[in-house]
Design a protein around this ligand. Structure first.
Ligand SMILES: [Mn+2]
Length: 383
């Protein structure tokens, strides 16, 4: 069976960096998939005798998605280094050019849909690359990170110990709502079993506090994923990252409690804003396109999901800001949101993601034009 394109190349490059004591930076998205990916790669590298110079999660609310300007500024001092991006998308063409010019070598691990323009990173691992012959395309980034870790251990000739990685890959696969078939089915099944016997203090605490007794997909989705989804990036370290890596059981319990509390508040706010959007919606319109300066950006994906499920229409929600407004998109099965935005890409600063779940950033002055562009695109699709 073919492997994911560049997986072995990435594994070898990282092993070389470990051996030659090069600096290694891990740059992950702050959602659960990004965090799980970072922890998997970090622990794999450490177990193989390497060190991580810096872990960095951009603040989605303040800085946006992917490799951000603020992050580039913060991280320049670490150059030269091997710069791994995990679950950060495949749209950072300019940023990758810029940081490679400054002495970083970039490796991209990602699973989002490829865009017309591909960044000139040293190595790209994404099963959705056209030239990739790996048959299963729907891994979460943490699933790819798990395979990368396994590959590194195998090349290094060291015992792998899959469990501690599988539990994270399983949580990420569930949180990212990846289809639970083929590789993912196996990752989730084995990962949930590993979770039952987890050695991570933070996960132990969550399991105890949420009174998990039965370990199956439904229970993990209901009890474990929401608190992890409520985690935010604080000072460029995600709260979920801190929970996964906490060694002290008391502190781990505090962190778990805090996330459970946050999940409750998050749910309330999602329900409230969902109602607000529904009130503004017009039944005759083919899509939902709404924005507000008071809506928290980090909740827009979850809110758009609810509305999309209920009304079976493409949903575009944005946080209105002075210069540039970021947004989240959800579309019903069979409607490709990335393709829709590709059609209007002259109006956008960035965009990307999955066919059914994606995001964008746009100059605020272009919002009306973008709406018109989308309306005419979807009218022609005849939904
Ligand atoms: Mn992801």
């Amino acid at each position: 069976m073919p492997e994911i394109k560049n997986l072995k190349k990435a594994a070898k490059r990282i092993l070389k960096a470990i051996q030659e004591k090069e600096k290694i930076l891990l740059y992950g998205d702050a959602d659960l998939d990004g965090v799980a990916s970072v922890v998997i790669v970090k622990e794999a590298i450490e177990n193989l005798g390497g060190e991580i110079e810096k872990v960095y999660f951009p603040d989605r609310e303040k800085e946006g998605y992917g490799i951000t300007r603020e992050a580039v500024k913060d991280l320049l001092d670490f150059s030269p280094a091997l710069f791994l991006t995990l679950d950060c998308g495949i749209g950072n063409v300019k940023e990758v050019d810029l940081i490679q010019e400054k002495g970083f070598e970039v490796i991209i691990l990602d699973h989002h849909k490829m865009l017309p323009e591909v960044p000139k990173a040293s190595i790209i691992c994404n099963p959705r690359q056209e030239s990739d012959s790996y048959p299963f395309k729907e891994l979460a980034t943490a699933g790819i990170a798990y395979k990368l870790a396994k590959c590194m251990f195998s090349i290094a000739g060291k015992e792998f110990g899959a469990e501690r990685f599988l539990e994270l890959a399983a949580l990420a696969t569930l949180a990212d709502l990846m289809p639970l078939k083929e590789d993912n089915e196996k990752i989730v099944r084995e990962g949930i079993l590993a979770l039952k016997f987890t050695k991570r203090e933070g996960l132990k605490a969550l399991i105890e506090l949420k009174k998990m007794e039965v370990f199956n997909i439904l229970e993990v989705r209901r009890k474990i994923v929401p608190p992890l989804n409520a985690a935010m990036a604080v000072d460029h370290l995600s709260e979920a990252y801190l929970l996964f890596t906490e060694k002290d059981s008391k502190k781990a319990k505090e962190r778990a409690k805090n996330l459970i509390e946050k999940a409750k508040l998050r749910k309330k706010e999602i329900i409230k804003i969902t109602e607000e959007v529904i009130e503004r919606m017009r039944p005759d319109e083919v899509i939902v396109f709404e924005g507000d300066k008071n809506w928290p950006l980090v909740l827009l994906g979850a809110i758009a999901s609810r509305i999309c499920q209920k009304y079976k229409k493409p949903v575009f929600l944005y946080k209105k800001r002075k210069d540039a407004s970021p947004g989240a998109v959800r579309t019903p099965k069979g409607i490709d949101s990335v393709k829709a935005m590709e059609n209007c890409r002259e109006l956008l600063i960035t965009y990307g993601g999955h066919p059914q779940a994606s995001g964008f950033r746009i100059k605020t002055e272009n919002l009306e034009k973008f709406k018109e562009c989308l309306f005419s695109y979807f009218k022609n699709l005849k939904l």
